[in-house]
Design a protein around this ligand. Structure first.
Ligand SMILES: Cc1ncc(COP(=O)(O)O)c(C=O)c1O
Length: 383
């Protein structure tokens, strides 16, 4: 997407611009992978649950993967009676199970206790999320296989469970990685599962390999294609993947304007009309987001900060070819996934408007208003 041309439009900021062409390209790449390998593709709603994205994805995927009752309701609203809805979450509650069961075609229980309590009550195909105890991610904050992980039943415990105790089990779910750019960790994961469950795999129907890979950035699809074919040929398994970031990550841009400039202890501070609360992972992980204007060799530097009262509301230190001026627009890239869905209105700062960019045209598809802020915080009663 040509961000310079979009800047020339001087859209009101902050604005989240979604590049529809990029999302469609990503979905087509996944559809090709599905065609080549025979796997089934679910879009992971948690990355960006925007209805426009779900409706665009619907004809190109086999369904959606969800993490909660609300996501399941939204997924079904878009899909109607067609397509699969797969749920996995540590947070299944007895009071929600009946509705979840109606909405979801597959439920992968997160622990053996959850499985034993709930699988007999559900009609959805029962699966079990297993934790293969393979730490493939160096950063513990992203690592589903960290020590004492809450994500999935330990592969050793499941292996020791007598088969009748898992009698209703139709599938296994595994998710071990984050933003993977090759398939080695996936091959290792499946190898470990096969070592443990070679004899039991033929008695289940499906294996959900989760998300965590940038499928459309991995040039050599062969290892994945061969893996899926092997699982189908040897064990009769249907293989699912549930990418989120691979579908929407690269498609999201946040446009913001410089609304104040000053120096603090010798450093140029540029205040933007946005906040790290519009991209909470910046603060969570303390990683400066990708900035289009950043020029490592640029002669000018500035710290980009957000508008809220949080002292650490800082995007990072960047370099520029020209000095920043009041009113300049800057563009953060690669923020389509896990930004807007985690965003909040701390300090009452409104969320960015959302625009769709398609075939060189831009259309505003969502504008958050004071009414939504008021509705969130207006409660009954006084004391
Ligand atoms: C169980 C599960 N499936 C799928 C995903 C989507 O992963 P990604 O967006 O990295 O593809 C996640 C992400 O946290 C997940 O936890």
């Amino acid at each position: 997407m040509d961000t310079e041309t979009l800047k020339a439009l001087a859209l009101p900021t902050p604005a989240l611009i979604l590049d529809a062409d990029n999302i469609i390209r990503a979905l087509h790449t996944l559809a090709d992978l599905r065609q080549q390998s025979g796997c089934k593709v679910l879009y992971s709603v948690k990355a960006l649950p925007l209805s426009t994205v779900l409706a665009t994805a619907k004809p190109l995927v086999d369904g959606f993967s969800v993490s909660s009752l609300f996501e399941a309701r939204l997924a079904r609203e878009i899909l109607g009676d067609t397509g699969s809805v797969h749920l996995t979450t540590p947070g299944v509650k007895l009071g929600e199970l009946a509705e979840l069961d109606q909405l979801c075609s597959h439920i992968s229980f997160n622990s053996l206790t959850q499985y034993h309590r709930f699988s007999g009550l559900a009609h959805a195909e029962a699966g079990l999320r297993i934790n293969p105890k393979l730490s493939l991610v160096a950063d513990e904050r992203y690592n589903p296989c960290r020590k004492q992980s809450k994500l999935g039943a330990s592969i050793d415990e499941v292996w020791q469970s007598p088969v009748p105790a898992l009698g209703l089990l139709r599938g296994l779910h595994v998710h071990t990685h984050f933003a993977g750019k090759n398939y080695d960790p996936l091959l290792q994961t499946v190898e470990k599962i096969e070592t443990y469950f070679k004899d039991r795999l033929p008695s289940i129907d499906w294996l959900n390999l989760g998300g965590g890979y940038l499928f459309n950035e991995i040039q050599d699809a062969q290892p994945f294609v061969l893996l899926v074919k092997h699982l189908a040929d040897h064990y009769g398994l249907t293989v699912y993947i549930e990418p989120g970031k691979a579908v929407v990550g690269k498609a999201g841009y946040l446009f913001a304007s410089v609304i104040d400039l000053f120096t603090s202890d010798g450093k140029t501070i540029a205040v933007l009309d946005t906040s790290v609360n519009h991209q909470p992972e910046v603060f969570e992980y303390q990683t400066p987001p990708e900035l289009r204007e950043h020029d490592p060799a640029g002669a000018y530097s500035a710290q980009l900060v957000g508008s809220t009262c949080l002292a650490g509301d800082i995007f990072g230190d960047y370099r520029f070819a020209k000095p920043l001026r009041l009113g300049d627009q800057v563009v953060f890239g690669n923020i389509g996934a896990y930004s807007l869905v985690k965003a909040n209105r701390f300090n009452g700062y409104n969320l960015p408007d959302i625009y769709l960019h398609r075939d060189g045209r831009v259309q505003r598809i969502k504008q958050y208003s004071y009414q939504e802020f008021r509705q969130q915080w207006w409660a009954e009663g006084t004391f």
